[in-house]
Ligand binder design. Structure first.
Ligand SMILES: C[S@@+](CC[C@H](N)C(=O)[O-])C[C@H]1O[C@@H](n2cnc3c(N)ncnc32)[C@H](O)[C@@H]1O
Length: 202
């Protein structure tokens, strides 16, 4: 990658330190990822990006959804996470790209959907970065913002208060998406999952 921003460097340092044991910390999340992927309504032959794919936990269900004729891409800016994805064999399910989702090396309107798990709270410029995700998706294509734990449960796990200015709070997320080329179509924030779905505005 070319010159990285300070934000990107910070993200890389944070996740490099966590890459080796990322999957073993959350070994039971597989079914939740599969259920979230199912919400994207992918078909055989669909083209999908896992934005901030990390160790590629979503790549197997994404490949299962689009089949051999589909395209699965996993983009992440932390090499150590991508290396862990390769060690886990997830490069067989999708093509891994070392890339910042702020500037994707992808043509406009080429994808049917984007999946982003645990991503949005790490984005330095959420509106611009969500707009870049919209750029690479065709009109009518879908975005899933997912986390395998709800906002309140995550805050408790991290020992912090949930504040109303949280980016993923519905009153914040809906206008953020609307201003970035997306229309939010559903929102669920439960103990066991966070899942917001949006459609690419035409
Ligand atoms: C919380 S982890 C989630 C990883 C994976 N999606 C999962 O659910 O296991 C967030 C990931 O997003 C990546 N990331 C954060 N900001 C990014 C950006 N601007 N471009 C690409 N990847 C980014 C990090 O490197 C990290 O691997």
């Amino acid at each position: 990658m070319e010159h990285m921003s300070d934000d990107a460097t910070r993200v890389q340092e944070f996740f490099s330190a966590r890459a080796a044991d990322w999957d073993s910390r959350f070994p039971d999340d597989g079914p939740a990822y599969a259920a979230a992927v199912a919400a994207l309504d992918l078909r055989p032959g669909s083209r999908v990006l896992d934005a901030g794919c990390g160790t590629g936990r979503a790549l197997p269900p994404l490949r299962a959804a689009v089949g051999a004729s589909g395209v699965v891409l996993g983009a992440d800016l932390t090499p150590a996470m991508l290396e862990a994805a390769v060690r886990a064999g997830r490069d067989h399910d999708g093509q891994l790209l070392r890339a910042d989702v702020a500037r994707l090396p992808l043509r406009t309107g080429t994808l049917d959907a984007v999946f982003g798990a645990g991503l949005i709270s790490h984005l330095p410029e959420p509106a611009q970065n969500l707009r870049e995700l919209a750029r690479v998706v065709r009109p009518g294509g879908l975005l899933a913002l997912f986390h395998p734990i709800g906002r309140a449960a995550l805050a408790a796990r991290q020992g912090r208060q949930l504040t109303p200015d949280d980016l993923r709070a519905e009153p914040r997320l809906r206008p953020l998406l609307a201003g970035s080329g997306w229309r939010m179509t559903s929102y669920a924030d439960e103990d066991a999952r966070f899942l917001a779905l949006a459609v690419r505005a035409s």
